[in-house]
Write a protein that binds this ligand. Structure first.
Ligand SMILES: Nc1ncnc2c1ncn2[C@@H]1O[C@H](COP(=O)(O)OP(=O)(O)O)[C@@H](O)[C@H]1O
Ligand SMILES: [Mg+2]
Length: 391
């Protein structure tokens, strides 16, 4: 084994890395008691058969929208198990940005044998309704990152879902939680807004440094040797992350500091480890699940682009394709056709990973397309992509 790898897995600090990944679902939500109560109040009637409830949760990246809504779904179905059977279905609209995709996802979650194609939206909705009715279940549907869907397709899906029971002698088939970074209600038609109502809006604030320290502390306790991450280190992590109020930053900084301390052969995380990592990371993150869900050649394409965008603000699609071929060689993959390359670029763009713009070429004929990444840090993404491609 190469010498420099010796310390990895030595376990000087780390006992179990799982709680440090942000895909990991914590056993308890830290420091959002009031918000949880507010949500519960909006769903006060959900135990009653025939009733549907609705809520909208908004807030910046990493303020806990996803974890809060999912935990709420789990808690409430457990709490009411004796009274009403509630099935929580969570769909991330960034990964399923069309009405058809969202509906397919719901239908598949409820019934894995649901066919992949062949039904119109209203047929799928009725299929979903029948499925729930037959099993006497109420669905709590969480539409996460719904702004992606609304931007592409407007409020049609919500309209259809809100009318799921219309024209039948039934009511209360589903309850809805909409989750978004933006204040989405404004974008919707009056008919939908009035059915959600202002009082059903929960606006989550960015976390304070104390809350972020508590979140980091929860993970450190479960992941590391007792005493290896001191309270003052956790406080520092909370303070650094408070610049963005993003829990993900706190968790990522904790993980990076622990790794850096272990590489140093230290039995404790020290201030210099946190400082080093905070400088390196620049504290920007992309959901790891987003990277994992990409197809292999989407990953290769994105990696090529990230490498250039680490130095330059933009890259032309022509250059991106050349670099993509180089990256394919590096990972022993056969480059796909020009058409597929284009399809991958469009798909990466629709996932919000990059932005393209057209401009008249400075030299020569025609127009050139430029790619940039205003929302993510190419360096961090590059590392994550390399990891995923090497697995
Ligand atoms: N209150 C909290 N308690 C424990 N973990 C949290 C809390 N808020 C956020 N997290 C963790 O921080 C990360 C980001 O939270 P997430 O719910 O994905 O944020 P958002 O959906 O608002 O971007 C996740 O790993 C989540 O588990
Ligand atoms: Mg989220």
């Amino acid at each position: 084994m190469a010498d420099y790898l010796k310390r990895i897995g030595a376990g000087l600090i780390l006992l179990d890395a799982t709680p440090l990944s942000y895909d990991w679902v914590p056993p308890e939500i830290v420091g959002r008691g009031k918000e949880q109560e507010a949500l519960a109040a909006m769903f006060a009637a959900i135990g009653t058969p025939g009733i549907s409830c609705r809520a909208v949760i908004t807030g910046n990246v990493g303020c806990g929208k996803t974890v809060l809504s999912r935990a709420f779904g789990d808690d409430i179905s457990r709490h009411l198990s004796a009274i009403r059977t509630i099935t929580t279905v969570h769909v991330n609209c960034r990964n399923h940005p069309s009405i058809a995709q969202v509906l397919q996802r719901i239908a598949k979650t409820l019934d894995e044998r649901w066919p992949d194609r062949g039904f119109s939206s209203s047929e799928v909705i009725q299929g979903i309704r029948r499925n729930l009715r037959t099993r006497n279940q109420h669905m709590l549907l969480i539409l996460d990152e719904i702004d992606h869907l609304l931007r592409r397709e407007g409020g049609d899906l919500l309209y259809q879902l809100l009318r799921i029971d219309e024209g039948r002698d039934e009511s209360g088939t589903l309850s809805l939680i909409l989750v978004s970074q933006e204040q989405v209600l404004d974008q919707l038609e009056g008919a939908i807004i009035s059915r959600f109502g202002k009082s059903n809006h929960l606006a989550l604030k960015p976390y304070t440094s104390e809350q972020l320290t508590a979140i980091a502390s929860q993970r450190a306790e479960l992941a590391t040797r007792h005493g290896a991450v001191s309270e003052s280190i956790l406080t520092l992590i909370g303070q650094v992350a408070a610049e963005s109020g993003d829990a993900r930053v706190a968790i990522e900084l904790l993980e990076a500091s622990v790794k850096s301390a272990e590489m140093d052969g230290s039995r404790e995380v020290e201030i210099q480890h946190v400082d080093q990592e905070r400088k390196d990371s620049k504290l920007q993150t992309v959901e790891p699940s987003l990277v994992n869900e990409l197809l292999e050649h989407e990953k290769l394409t994105l990696l090529a682009i990230c490498r250039r965008l680490r130095r330059d603000p933009e890259i032309t699609t022509g250059d991106a394709e050349k670099l993509y071929k180089v990256v394919c060689e590096e990972f022993s993959a056969k480059p796909r056709s020009h058409t597929t390359f284009w399809k991958n670029i469009k798909s990466l763009e629709s996932r919000g990973l990059m932005v393209t713009r057209m401009a008249t070429a400075k030299a020569g004929r025609g127009r050139t397309q430029y790619i940039s990444m205003p929302d993510s840090l190419p360096g961090t993404l590059e590392k994550r992509l390399e990891q995923a491609l090497n697995q």
